[in-house]
Structure formats: structure tokens, C-alpha cells
Design a protein around this ligand. Structure first.
Ligand code: FMN
Length: 330
């Protein structure tokens, strides 16, 4: 059993990535019931959404509530932390809270006061020890293969080199702090690979986004099934289109669809006059047209060939993981 499994009562060293919008209560509960850590995608901190999804999660997870947690975007909490405050006030407290993208600072102190363990997701080695100093019990290092937001292109790190570098740092400076790898893990081979690199487990987004329980329009799932790992790209295009004011240190990986291909070489025009493009994007979202909206997946989309239910998917990953470990004698 890995340290991550024993620390959180898991039967597989996997955490569901907290995916804004897509990662609702049903998906988090399905992960928790299957023995993984189920993190609801609290994302931008929409209180009404979280109320509904947390109640779905706690009803559906019944005997697995101790494996339910939630993730938030730190820079958004700096502006409005009402969803976190609400969550910490619930009779069913989260087993853990994950913070990404920004300084965990005062939110970490609040979690510590509430006795809720903190996971911090970072993108660069230099962010590891500050996150530990802020009180993180688990660090997720996110490679730029990942779906969704991450370190902006010139400074993004790859999972393969970042994980062992972070593992060495933690083992020298904070050996009790666990390490998870995020970015590109979609099957048992990937899980065994990051374990071999020194991680205690993996945080998985894209592969679990492609499951029956994820809150994803069917046309977006169909577009992902048809894509290879070559068909994604990182940029700020979709953040401009959807009016998200992300700090410049971050950009966003999604399917490189018609809309993205059109605007990527015209970024300055888009910034200068986004109105018509935003109207086109809004109508694409309303029509669930994968050519005119963001389909948030990482490079691991190339390993997605079906849309199973979460329990079967995690059982398959567990079998593949055992087989890969036996093959590699891990
Ligand atoms: C659809 C989607 C939405 C995401 N939303 C968030 C989010 O709200 N907060 C966050 O910390 N990370 C978010 N991420 C990034 C994940 O936390 C994680 O780093 C990533 O999914 C790991 O890489 P993978 O997609 O290759 O598994 C999102 C990822 C995806 C695919």
C-alpha cells in the first residue's frame, strides 16, 4: 500500500482532479466509492453550484464520505471565498481541500484552523517549499501536458522531469509531505511511471473527464474520442473568449479546434476587440458545438478511447497498474 492510500483510506493511489464545471458531485462520489480521493471541482467558487454538487456528492457517497474533498482556484478565493467558508461550515466537512493557481496564504491558515488537510497543486519546483511552508500535507506537481490551466507556455515544466526533481526536494526537506503527479496520467502505465519517478500517486483529470459521470456535453465527449494527443494546445485564447481574467503566469490547454486555430495567430486582434468573437463563442457554448467552444482536455486525450462509468474505469486502471508494477518489479 502506498503512503497516499494509507493516509487517506484509499484502495488506489489516485485523486480525481478538481475540474471546474465538469467535476460535479456524482463524479466525485463515484471516485470515492471506487476507493480514490473524490475532489469536487469547486473551481471559481460558485456558491450555488457547490451547494448543489456537495449535496449530490455526500448523498451518493454515503459510506465513502471520508474520501470526498473539494478543490478551489486560489486567486479567485482571494476575490470571493464564500464557497470555501460555506463548505467548512457544513456538517459533512471535506476530507481535504486542494488549492491551485496562486498563493494559498490565508486560505491555508483558515483550513489549518478548521483542521482540514491541505493539498496544493504547483507547476514549478520553486513553488514546492512555499506550499509546504503554507501547510500543505500533499503537493501535486502539474506538468504542462495537463488539461486545463497550468503554467504559461515559456515556463511550463514537463511531468517526467518535474516529478523526480520534486520528489528529491521533498525527501530532503519535508519527507512527511506526500507528492502526487498531474499531467498525462490516463492509465495504469502512467500511474506506475509516476510512482517510479518518486510520486506517491497521481491526480487524474482528462481520463476521468471522459467518463459517464462527468458533466460534459456529449458532443464534447465525441470530439475528445476522435482526438489524438497532438490535437490539444495551450494558450490564453479561451480565457479571453470566456471573459476569465487569469493572471498572466497561467494559460490553458484544450482541444485545438477551429475557433482556437482561428484566433491563436490573431491574439492581439482578439484582445483589442473581443466582442464579436465572444458572441460567436457564447453561441458555440449554447449550441454545445465543439468547434466553437472550449473542450478542456490535456495531451492524455490521445489515450481516451471510450467513455466508461467511473467505477469500471478506476478498476481498469488498478488492474493495469498492478500489471505494470509486476512487469517493472516496482
Ligand atoms: C476539464 C478540466 C478542468 C479543470 N479544472 C481545474 C480546476 O478548476 N482547478 C484546478 O486546480 N485544476 C483544474 N484542472 C487541472 C487538473 O487539476 C489537473 O492538473 C489536470 O487535469 C491533470 O492532467 P490530466 O488532465 O492530463 O490528467 C482541470 C483539468 C481539466 C481536464
Amino acid at each position: 500500500m502506498t503512503r497516499f492510500e494509507s493516509r487517506f483510506g484509499l484502495s488506489l493511489p489516485v485523486a480525481l482532479a478538481p475540474m471546474a464545471v465538469a467535476g460535479g458531485g456524482t463524479l466525485a462520489a463515484a471516485c470515492a466509492k471506487a476507493g480514490a480521493l473524490g475532489l469536487v471541482g469547486g473551481g471559481y467558487g460558485d456558491l450555488e453550484w457547490l451547494r448543489a454538487q456537495w449535496s449530490l456528492a455526500s448523498d451518493a457517497a454515503a459510506d465513502a464520505r471520508g474520501r470526498l474533498g473539494c478543490g478551489f482556484i486560489s486567486w479567485r478565493l482571494d476575490q470571493d471565498d464564500s464557497a470555501l467558508a460555506w463548505l467548512l461550515d457544513q456538517p459533512l466537512r471535506p476530507a481535504v481541500v486542494l488549492l491551485s493557481f496562486g498563493d494559498p496564504g490565508r486560505h491555508a491558515m483558515r483550513l489549518q484552523a478548521a483542521g482540514v488537510p491541505l493539498i496544493v497543486q504547483v507547476q514549478r519546483l520553486a513553488q514546492v517549499m512555499p506550499a509546504v511552508d503554507a501547510g500543505a500535507r500533499v503537493i501535486v506537481v502539474q506538468g504542462q501536458e495537463a488539461g486545463g490551466h497550468g503554467a504559461a507556455a515559456p515556463h511550463g515544466r514537463g511531468t517526467l522531469a518535474l516529478v523526480p526533481e520534486a520528489a528529491d526536494l521533498l525527501s530532503a526537506r519535508a519527507p512527511d509531505v506526500l507528492l502526487l503527479a498531474a499531467g498525462g496520467v490516463a492509465d495504469g502505465r502512467g500511474l506506475a511511471a509516476v510512482q517510479a519517478l518518486g510520486a506517491d500517486g497521481a491526480l487524474i483529470g482528462t481520463r476521468l473527464w471522459a467518463s459517464r459521470e462527468a458533466l460534459v456535453p456529449p458532443a464534447a465527449h465525441a470530439a475528445a474520442l476522435a482526438a489524438s494527443g497532438d490535437d490539444t494546445a495551450r494558450s490564453g485564447v479561451f480565457d479571453i473568449l470566456r471573459r476569465k481574467n487569469w493572471p498572466p503566469a497561467y494559460d490553458f490547454r484544450a482541444l485545438d479546434n477551429d475557433m482556437h486555430r482561428h484566433w491563436l495567430p490573431r491574439l492581439a486582434d482578439l484582445v483589442a476587440d473581443p466582442a464579436a468573437a465572444r458572441a460567436d463563442y457564447d453561441s458555440g457554448v449554447a449550441a454545445a458545438d465543439p468547434a466553437r467552444m472550449h473542450v478542456t482536455v490535456g495531451e492524455a486525450v490521445g489515450l481516451v478511447r471510450d467513455l466508461p462509468d467511473t467505477a469500471s474505469l478506476l478498476a481498469r486502471i488498478a488492474r493495469e497498474w498492478q500489471a505494470a508494477r509486476a512487469r517493472l518489479s516496482l
